[in-house]
Ligand binder design. Structure first.
Ligand code: ADP
Ligand code: ADP
Length: 226
């Protein structure tokens, strides 16, 4: 687990668009922080900068105590879950969960333990031998989350992970995410344009508009008083 600090972070894309403008945000150890706001407000850009998938053009990003501005994604010890699940179609669920750990040369018994624990937490035990094509959207999204969990990263980053699911599944998955977070307590940054998701998931919610931070507070303080 780690604290994530954005200290005056900017992103100007090469075309000149200022997607993120002087963003100051401290995400505490173990906190579930939601970034919410309308399409184009800079949420994904902010998340991708934390992941190291997008270069920062101003300010500092810290993970733990260290400035990581120039550190590549693989040296940041964070895992990201996207809305398109990016599973390997030719592998079973079990193989999908284990693959990243095999690449990291983690010992086989440890891989088995982590895969089984993640499968149990996510209700994936009955599907371990199936391939992604034989899973529902919700099950695929659970596998994608499982791949992040087994890495035991310092932080999870999620970009609209539920937006491809139907309304009923979204409700189920929100409950699963809450449980998972309670269980694992991993620092999480979660991007959504959906206020209900923000309200039900976030310990705190950061509201972005035109690349700027408008407010950051608990869901109760933000949404209870119209
Ligand atoms: P959100 O996730 O809130 O929808 P984004 O971070 O995707 O917002 O986009 C913020 C702004 O940056 C938008 O104006 C968008 O058009 C622009 N933008 C996003 N990605 C790029 C890119 N690769 N090159 C240039 N501009 C981009
Ligand atoms: P995974 O187990 O998630 O498939 P890989 O071993 O394929 O991970 O990834 C290789 C490296 O690429 C990782 O060390 C990680 O830092 C980076 N990486 C992979 N997926 C993501 C992602 N979704 N977001 C950010 N970085 C990623």
């Amino acid at each position: 687990m780690a604290k994530i600090v954005l200290d005056g972070v900017d992103k100007v894309y090469s075309g000149g668009v200022k997607a993120v403008d002087n963003l100051n945000l401290e995400i505490n150890d173990g906190e579930f922080m939601v970034l919410v706001g309308p399409s184009g407000c800079g949420k994904s850009t902010a998340l991708r900068m934390i992941a190291g998938l997008e270069e920062i053009t101003g300010g500092d990003l810290k993970i733990g105590e260290e400035v990581v501005n120039d550190r590549p994604p693989k040296d940041r010890d964070i895992a990201m879950v996207f809305q398109n699940y990016a599973l390997y179609p030719h592998m079973t669920v079990e193989q999908n969960l284990a693959f990243g750990l095999k690449l990291r040369k983690i010992a086989k018994p440890e891989i088995e333990k982590r895969v089984n624990d993640a499968a149990a937490m996510l209700g994936l035990e009955p599907y371990l031998k199936r391939k992604p094509a034989a899973l529902s959207g919700g099950q695929r999204q659970r596998v994608a989350m499982g791949r992040a969990i087994v890495r035991e990263p310092q932080a999870f980053l999620m970009d609209e992970p539920l937006s491809n699911l139907d309304a009923k599944l979204r409700v189920q998955m929100r409950a699963s995410l809450n449980q998972l977070h309670e269980r694992l307590g991993v620092t999480t940054v979660y991007v959504t344009h959906d206020q209900i998701e923000a309200m039900t998931l976030g310990d705190r919610v950061a509201v972005l508009r035109d690349g700027r931070l408008q407010q950051v507070d608990t869901p109760k303080n933000l949404f209870d008083h119209p």
